[in-house]
Design a protein around this ligand. Structure first.
Ligand code: TYD
Ligand code: MG
Length: 458
C-alpha cells in the first residue's frame, strides 16, 4: 500500500487523519486511531445525467409489513417499510435477538420470506430459542454467517425481511481492518443495505452498544440507515423499552414497552400498571410521590422514591437511580434557596421505582414532593399524582401533554392531581385538580404545612 492510500480512522468518532496520533484530534479519544486503506476513488468516470421524476409522478410508497407485535410496529411507525433498513442497538443480553426472532417468526408465519442470519450464535442455538418461544414451526430461514459478501449474495436472491445479528460480526473480504472496526461495519452495512434496497427487502441490523453507549463504537451507522431503535432496560428488572431515536418513516418520540418472560418478550399495552404494580393499593408512604409522566407520546405513571437521611457529618452522600443527578442537585438547591427547606447537608437517595429511566423535567415537582415528604415524614395525599417543571426562581412551570397525563391518572383510579397553577388543564373529569405555583407550597400540599410552620415559629 502506498503512503497516499493510507489514512487513520478514529474508532470512536469516525474522523479520518493523515497521520497516526495517540489521541484523536477530533473527539479527543486516546489510542483510537487505526490504519485503514482509503476507499478507491470513483474518479475518472464521466457522470451520466440523472433521470428526474416529477414529485406528483413519483411511484406511491410501498405498503408496510406489520410484524404483528403491536409494540414493535408502533415504534416502527406502523410496520417495516420494504427496502428500508432498521438498526436496533442495545446492551448485550437486553433481548435484541429475542425480539427480532419473534418478529421474524411472526412475519414468516404470515407468509413472508424471512431470513435470520446470525454471526454470534450457532443455528442450533437459534432453533432452541425458537422452541422456547413456541415458534419452532415458523418457516424462518436460518444461517450462521459472517461474510458480508455471502449474506449479500443470498439476499440478492431471496428474502422479504432479513435480520443480520449483529453487524459487528460481519466483515467484507478485501478490507484490511478487523471485524467490528469502523471501516468494516460501515462497508458491510453499505453492502447489505444496497442489496436490500434494490430488492425492496426490509433489513434489520443488530448493533451492539459499546461502553460509551454508541452503536458500533462510533455512531457510524446512524446516518446510513432509515431507522435507529434502541432497546433498553435495567438488568435486574424484566421490562424493556424500545425507543426510536431516528425514523424516516415514523415519529421519533415513540416507545414500545415489553416484558421479558421465560417465554420471550411479552407486550405491555398498559405500562403504567406495570410500573405501579408493586405499589400498595392506594397507599401513600412518606418519601414517595407518583409522577404522571409521558414517554414518547404515551402516558406513563411511575413512583418516585426519596430517602432523606439525618444531617451528615462529612460530605453528604447522593445516589440517584433512574433520574439525572444534575437535575436532582438543581431541585435541592431551589428547595433550599427559594423555600428554605434545607436538604443540602443530608444524605439523599432518589429512585425511580421499577427501574425506569426518566428524563423529563416535568418530574421536578414529583421529585420535590418525594424529597419534602421524606424529610417531613408526611405522606402525599392518597391517590395523588404530580407533574410540573421547577424553575430556578422556585416557580412551578406548566409542561406539555397535561391532558394526556391527567387522563391516564384518572384511568388508573387516581383521585387528585397536583399540577402547575399557570395553566388549568382541561378534561379533568372526576379527577380533583390542585395547583402549585411555587415550590414553597409543596409542603402544604403534603399536609405537612402546619408542622413546618410550627417548627419555623419554635
Ligand atoms: P438476547 O435476545 O440474546 O439478547 P441480545 O441479543 O440483546 O444480546 O436475550 C438474552 C437474555 O434474555 C438472556 O439473558 C435470557 C433472556 N431470555 C429470557 O428471559 N426469556 C426468553 O424466552 C429468552 C429467549 C431470553
Ligand atoms: Mg443477541
Amino acid at each position: 500500500m502506498s503512503r497516499k492510500d493510507r489514512s487513520y480512522v478514529c474508532q470512536t468518532c469516525g474522523a479520518a487523519a493523515r497521520q497516526w496520533a495517540g489521541r484523536c484530534g477530533s473527539c479527543g479519544a486516546w489510542n483510537s486511531l487505526v490504519e485503514e486503506a482509503a476507499a478507491p476513488a470513483a474518479a475518472g468516470r464521466a457522470g451520466r445525467k440523472l433521470d428526474l421524476v416529477a414529485l406528483d409522478a413519483a411511484p406511491p410508497p410501498v405498503e408496510r409489513r406489520a410484524t404483528g407485535i403491536a409494540e414493535f410496529d408502533r415504534v416502527l411507525g406502523g410496520g417495516l417499510v420494504p427496502g428500508s433498513c432498521v438498526l436496533i442497538g442495545g446492551d448485550p443480553g437486553i433481548g435484541k435477538s429475542t425480539l427480532l426472532l419473534q418478529a421474524a417468526a411472526k412475519l414468516a408465519a404470515r407468509g413472508h420470506d424471512c431470513l435470520y442470519v446470525t454471526g454470534e450464535e450457532a443455528v442450533s442455538q437459534i432453533a432452541m430459542r425458537a422452541r422456547r418461544l413456541g415458534m419452532a414451526d415458523a418457516p424462518v430461514a436460518l444461517a450462521a454467517a459472517t461474510a458480508a459478501g455471502d449474506i449479500a449474495a443470498t439476499l440478492s436472491e431471496r428474502g422479504e425481511v432479513a435480520v443480520v445479528d449483529s453487524i459487528q460480526t460481519v466483515h467484507l473480504d478485501g478490507l484490511d481492518s478487523a471485524a467490528g472496526s469502523v471501516a468494516q461495519v460501515r462497508a458491510s452495512a453499505q453492502a447489505l443495505i444496497e442489496v436490500a434496497r434494490r430488492r425492496n427487502a426490509a433489513l434489520l441490523l443488530v448493533g451492539h452498544v459499546t461502553k460509551d453507549g454508541a452503536i458500533a463504537g462510533p455512531r457510524v451507522l446512524e446516518h446510513m440507515v432509515d431507522t435507529v431503535l434502541y432497546f433498553e432496560g435495567e438488568r435486574g428488572h424484566h421490562f424493556r423499552i424500545l425507543r426510536a431515536v431516528k425514523n424516516r418513516y415514523g415519529a421519533t418520540d415513540e416507545i414500545g414497552v415489553f416484558e421479558m418472560t421465560d417465554r420471550g418478550l411479552g407486550e405491555v399495552a398498559n405500562p403504567s400498571a406495570l410500573f405501579l404494580g408493586d405499589r400498595q393499593d392506594g397507599a401513600a408512604l412518606a418519601g414517595t410521590a407518583v409522577f404522571a409522566g409521558v414517554e414518547g407520546a404515551r402516558p406513563l405513571l411511575v413512583e418516585i422514591q426519596a430517602l432523606v437521611g439525618p444531617p451528615a457529618a462529612g460530605s453528604p452522600r447522593r445516589a440517584v437511580v433512574g433520574w439525572d443527578a444534575g437535575r436532582l442537585a438543581m431541585v435541592l438547591a431551589v428547595l433550599e434557596t427559594r423555600a428554605g427547606i434545607a436538604l443540602g447537608g443530608r444524605d439523599i437517595y432518589l429512585n425511580v421505582a421499577g427501574g425506569l429511566r426518566i428524563s423529563e423535567p416535568a418530574a421536578d415537582l414529583a421529585v420535590a414532593a418525594a424529597l419534602v415528604s421524606s424529610l417531613e415524614g408526611a405522606a402525599a395525599p392518597a391517590g395523588s399524582v404530580w407533574f410540573g417543571e421547577i424553575g430556578l426562581t422556585g416557580e412551578v412551570r406548566p409542561v406539555a401533554h397535561g391532558d394526556t397525563r391527567l387522563r391516564e391518572a384518572q384511568k388508573l383510579g387516581f383521585e387528585t392531581a397536583i399540577v402547575p397553577s399557570a395553566r388549568q388543564p382541561a378534561g379533568s373529569g372526576g379527577l380533583r385538580i390542585e395547583t402549585v405555583g411555587h415550590v414553597a407550597e409543596v409542603a402544604a400540599r403534603l399536609g405537612a404545612g402546619a408542622r413546618s410552620e410550627r417548627r419555623a415559629r419554635a
